[in-house]
Design a binder for this molecule. Sequence first.
Ligand code: DGY
Length: 327
Amino acid sequence: MKPKKVLITRIIPDVARLLLTDAGFEVLEHQGEGPMPQDELIRRAQEVNALITLGADRLDNYFFSQCKHLEVIAQFAVGYDNIDVEAATGVGMPVSNTPDVLSDATADIAFGLMMAVSRKMFFNHKMILRGQWKQFEPLKHLGMELTGKTLGIFGLGRIGRVMAKRCLGAFDMEIVYHNRSRNMEAEKELGARYVSFDQLLKESDVLSVHCVLSEETRSIFNQQAFAKMKSEAIFINTSRGGVHHEPDLIEALKQGVIWGAGLDVTNPEPMLPDNPLLEMPNVAVLPHIGSATIEARTGMARLAAENIITYYQTGKMITCINPQVLS
Ligand code: DGY
C-alpha cells in the first residue's frame, strides 16, 4: 500500500517528522521562511492526505471547498481561529489542536508581562540603551506592587488557570474570573470568584486575557470596556490580538483611563516598529512568543503528529476540536 502523505506547512521541531516517518507516513515540509500564500497551500494540500498547519495558514470555507479530499488536519497551536471549523465539520474532516503542552509557557509570559509592566522594566531598559541612566531618581519611573491585588482572568481555561495559580502563589492575589460557564474545579483550587464581565472590568487590578478569539470576543476590550476599568489597572493579553481594539487601547493608555498594558499578541501582527505603544513607559510588548520554549514547541510538534497517527490507527484523535465527525 502507498504510504499516506502528510504536509507540514512550516519547519517545526523534528519530533513530528520522526514520529510520522517511523509510523510509515511520507512527510513533506514547506521549507520557506514564512507561511505559504493560500493558493500555494491549496495546491500543495491537494497532493497529500493530511496536514499539520500553523496559525498563519488560512483554512477558510474556500480552502475546504478546494480540499475536500483531505482526511485529517492537526493544528500546531492551541488557538485555531485561522480554521473555519464549521466548514471542516461540514465536509466531515477532523481537526485537532495542541492544548495543555503550552499552558505553562504561555502563563509564564503573561506573568512576566505583568511584572514587566508593573515595574516599567522594558521602558527602563530602553533608557539605559539611550544613555539616559544618569543617577538614582527618588521620584521617577515608580512602578506598583502586586501583593494582595486582584487578578481578573477573562477565560479561565488551562492557561488562565496556570496564570492564576502563579499569581496566587507569588503575590497572594485575589482571583476573580469571567467565562461563558463557571469553572467549579478552578474555583475550588484557587478560591476564584465568578463575576460578570462588567464586574471583572471594575474589580481587576490586573486583567489577564486567556479566551479564544471568536465573534463573541473580537474587540471585546474596547473603549467602553477600558472606561469601566480602574485607572490603576494593568491589561495583559497573551491570547489573540483581535480580542482588544488596539486604537482604543492606545487611547486608554494615553488618556490614563488604565495604567498599563502587557501584550504578547497585537492587532495586527506583526506590530510595526513605529507603534506608539512601544514608546509608552507602562507598556511591554512581545512578538507572540507565548509558546516559544523548547519544551512547549516540542510538545506541540509531538501532539500534532500523534493526533495524525492515532487517527489513522484508531479512527480517534487525542485532542480533536470537532469530535462529532469521528465515527
Ligand atoms: C497558540 O498555540 O495558539 C499560540 O498562540 C501559537 O500560535
